[in-house]
Design a protein. Structure first.
Length: 294
């Protein structure tokens, strides 16, 4: 969009012979923009719901000859909205479970002739709820593991004749739990990598006969880790682009024998970049729309 013989850009809506841009809705012979809903001969915009000959907008539910909006549930001849469950001739809403001739809502489990709700497990003739595990003739709930004839719950691993729970790893005849890696005859846990005859854990990379862990890249006979790009016989890492025999990294476009990176568009044998549209052998760029042979 460059102006011929100029260093400035010209937008698609540029005013000919001018340095200003013209939007698609520009007022002819003017420096102002006009929106698709612009009032003719005016600097204001007109929305699709604009009141004719007015500066106000009209919503789809606007009351004719009025400045107020009308919702789909609006009461005719009124400024109030009517919900789908509105009581006829009233300003209140009616829920699907509303009690007929009343201002209260009725839940699906409502007690007939009452203002209270009835849960699916409600005790007949009562104001209390009954859970699926409720003790018959009682106000308490009974869990699936409830001890028969008792008010206490019993877990699936409950100790018979006791109020304590027994975990799957429980020590027989004891109140303590035994983990899958528990040391037999002991109160300690044994991890899968536990050192035999010891209270310490051994990681998969543990140094044999040692309390330290060995990483997959560990230097043999050493306490340090070796990365995949580690310099042999050294404590430093070597990157994929490392200069051989050097502590510096070389990028894929590195100048051979140099510490400087070479850009893909670098001028041959130079530290300057050459853009795709650069004038051959020059430091000046040639735009795609530039005059040929500038």
């Amino acid at each position: 969009t460059h102006l011929k013989g100029s260093g400035k850009n010209l937008s698609p809506t540029h005013l000919k012979g001018s340095g200003k841009n013209l939007s698609p809705t520009h007022l002819k012979g003017s420096g102002k923009n006009r929106s698709p809903t612009h009032l003719k001969g005016s600097g204001k915009n007109l929305s699709p719901t604009h009141l004719k000959g007015s500066g106000k907008n009209l919503s789809p539910t606007h009351l004719k000859g009025s400045g107020k909006n009308l919702s789909p549930t609006h009461l005719k001849g009124s400024g109030k909205n009517l919900s789908p469950t509105h009581l006829k001739g009233s300003g209140k809403n009616l829920s699907p479970t509303h009690l007929k001739g009343s201002g209260k809502n009725l839940s699906p489990t409502h007690l007939k002739g009452s203002g209270k709700n009835l849960s699916p497990t409600h005790l007949k003739g009562s104001g209390k709820n009954l859970s699926p595990t409720h003790l018959k003739g009682s106000g308490k709930n009974l869990s699936p593991t409830h001890l028969k004839g008792s008010g206490k719950n019993r877990s699936p691993i409950h100790l018979k004749g006791s109020g304590k729970n027994l975990s799957p790893t429980h020590l027989k005849g004891s109140g303590k739990n035994l983990s899958p890696t528990h040391l037999k005859g002991s109160g300690k846990n044994l991890s899968p990598t536990h050192l035999k005859g010891s209270g310490k854990n051994l990681s998969p990379t543990h140094l044999k006969g040692s309390g330290k862990n060995l990483s997959p890249t560990h230097l043999k006979g050493s306490g340090k880790n070796l990365s995949p790009t580690h310099l042999k016989g050294s404590g430093k890492n070597l990157s994929l682009t490392h200069l051989k025999g050097s502590g510096k990294n070389r990028s894929p476009i590195h100048l051979r024998g140099s510490g400087t990176n070479l850009d893909p568009t670098d001028l041959r044998g130079s530290g300057k970049n050459l853009s795709p549209t650069d004038l051959r052998g020059s430091g000046i760029n040639l735009a795609a729309t530039n005059l040929r042979q500038w």
